[in-house]
Design a protein around this ligand. Structure first.
Ligand SMILES: Cc1cc2nc3c(=O)[nH]c(=O)nc-3n(C[C@H](O)[C@H](O)[C@H](O)COP(=O)(O)O)c2cc1C
Length: 203
């Protein structure tokens, strides 16, 4: 069974190499609009969007993510309570490599970055994740690549950045997505077989 939606779902990849071509504003607006059509708990539509197409600022944000990462690693005993991942040596080594890199290993030189913001109300983050997936699929259907950047969460600990992005009081970064035209599309990672359905209770 296949159709255009299923094909887009299967073909989408996280893109980490972009061409220098800008994504036109109307294309970004179309992508964000697709996000707004996502399901949301109680139909609350709890999202706000911040769009950054200033590539100088995106590079600065990349540096600031790495700075915050380095701070967390330095005081990791304190942060372990919040992020149990810091107990894992492999994660610590990986974060250290990212924090110490001179390359833009955070936003991958993307020409556009969209933050999805929300408040702490129950299920708001889940609703925003639905919006994020709608946006990544809509982008792919328009020839635009994307990548969810979880590392962008580190920006929440930098008040100057939150102010610069004009994140409203009480809101946090639920998701950050890069957008741009793909320079290279990676091979799809292997999918677990459908046998991972561990139980199918038929009537
Ligand atoms: C919540 C979340 C956080 C992610 N954070 C990052 C990130 O910080 N940097 C990155 O390069 N990719 C990030 N990704 C992308 C994943 O690495 C990617 O989706 C995964 O490797 C599968 O590849 P695919 O999207 O091409 O199918 C994230 C994805 C999700 C859903």
């Amino acid at each position: 069974m296949d159709n255009q939606v299923l094909a887009t779902i299967k073909e989408r990849r996280s893109i980490r190499q972009y061409t220098e071509q800008e994504v036109p504003e109307e294309v970004l607006e179309t992508i964000i609009n697709a996000g707004k059509y996502a399901p949301s708990a109680e139909g609350r539509q709890p999202w706000k969007f911040v769009v950054v197409t200033d590539t100088g600022l995106i590079q600065d944000l990349s540096r600031r993510v790495k700075e915050q990462m380095a701070t967390v690693l330095k005081h990791r005993r304190k942060w372990k309570k919040r992020f149990s991942e810091l107990e894992d040596n492999r994660t610590v080594l990986f974060l250290r490599a990212v924090a110490g890199s001179t390359q833009d290993v955070v936003f991958h030189h993307a020409p556009a970055l969209v933050f999805i913001l929300t408040t702490g109300e129950l299920f708001n983050d889940e609703s925003c994740a639905c919006a994020a997936q709608n946006m990544m699929l809509a982008a792919w259907s328009l020839g635009v690549g994307s990548c969810w950047i979880g590392f962008a969460k580190f920006l929440e600990s930098d008040p100057a950045v939150m102010q610069k992005l004009k994140v409203p009081e009480g809101y946090h970064i639920s998701a950050a997505l890069t957008f741009g035209y793909p320079e290279r599309v990676p091979q799809p990672p292997l999918r677990h077989p459908t046998a991972t359905v561990i139980n199918w209770i038929k009537g």
